[in-house]
Design a protein around this ligand. Sequence first.
Ligand code: ASP
Length: 439
Amino acid sequence: MKKVVKFGGSSLASAEQFKKVGDIIRADADRKYVVPSAPGKRFSEDTKVTDMLYNCYSVAESGKKFKDLLNKIQDRYNEIIQGLGLDLSLDNEFKTIEENFAKKAGKDYAASRGEYLNGIIMANYLGYEFIDAATVIFFDEEGNFNGEKTNEVLGERLANVERAVIPGFYGAMEDGTVKTFSRGGSDVTGSIVAKAVRADLYENWTDVSGFLVADPRIIDNPEVITTITYKELRELSYMGATVLHEDAIFPVRKEGIPINIKNTNAPEDEGTMIVEDTCRQPKYTITGIAGTKGFVAVNIEKDMMNAEIGFGRKVLSVFEDFGISFEHVPSGIDTMTVFVDQAEFQGKEQAILAGLHRACQPDSIDLEADLALIAVVGRGMKATRGTAGRIFSALAHANVNVKMIDQGSSELNIIIGVRNADFEAAIKAIYDIFVTVQL
Ligand code: ASP
């Protein structure tokens, strides 16, 4: 068996956390390829090393003195090295970084040093080979990830390496310039490595015991989702549930490699398994609930709209021309409503209304702002009667007025539009009816 294990920043924030990680890796000989993040926060007001690096580099870029800031970053690493009792010095590495910052080597180079240096420490601590991600993970000239080349080179490079540490978050462009993924991108690196070595499992170690059925800021101590499919995960992440970087599922998904979200601080917890599909019935009818506030409903009315072929296309092309993507388009006989992101829409509001009038001569357009969308997601809904009924009666009991309903034909989710002010109450009502009553 081969497992790729990725550890997030909070799992590697201090020597104490590193020791937990070391114990986890040593407890299972299959944990052969390790992808570390940069040291994260040790306590809630602390600063992540990645943010310290961005800050230090912006000072360097503006031509001001940055040595003190760089020293503070080196202190973070030295504390870890000393706490682990390692015979390792990063002095030469920091000298090179200082020179490169002075030469303005780029923001991505700067940020990537967090993972690079943590990788060196991790490899030294475990006695594993260190492989610089810049030599095995590639981006094209436009800065897009080059999956094909990466898979080939990384696969070959790791074919004869029994155990290795590959830092997360970055790679290099054709000309050698360091390039990072977007924030949280070490999750993506872990997935890329898992694909390249054809791992049996990609373990993603973080500081929570998996995906939760609902947002813990709204529900006290929500249940953990034990198994979730890639499709369900995508629906929930899209609506705001964040544990894993959105792009991290793509490399492993097509290879049938499951991802297991695990907690470094509670390694005995099962965590969440993310799989292509499963016969395991979910514990509750629904797998999870997620939602986002801040949408506008653009209601367009026109008599005899039903008979006007091409009306919908004309409406949507106006939004397209303004670079606005739409979320949902519920419609009636003579009405059509387009749900869009309020922040994106607001600045262009009047121009879009004028565009709609010109393009499709509606009788009237009205806007309803400050709406929230909630996704109730679950593969179990397909086989269960009355799910929608339970949701809406729970919302009615909680005095929540439903503004919009959308159930895709896949029956994987039901999307509900409510007022922003009703958002929390709605999520609580749905959670209670499916989870709390069954506990
Ligand atoms: N260290 C990077 C960040 O803070 C990448 C990561 O942790 O995945 O975004």
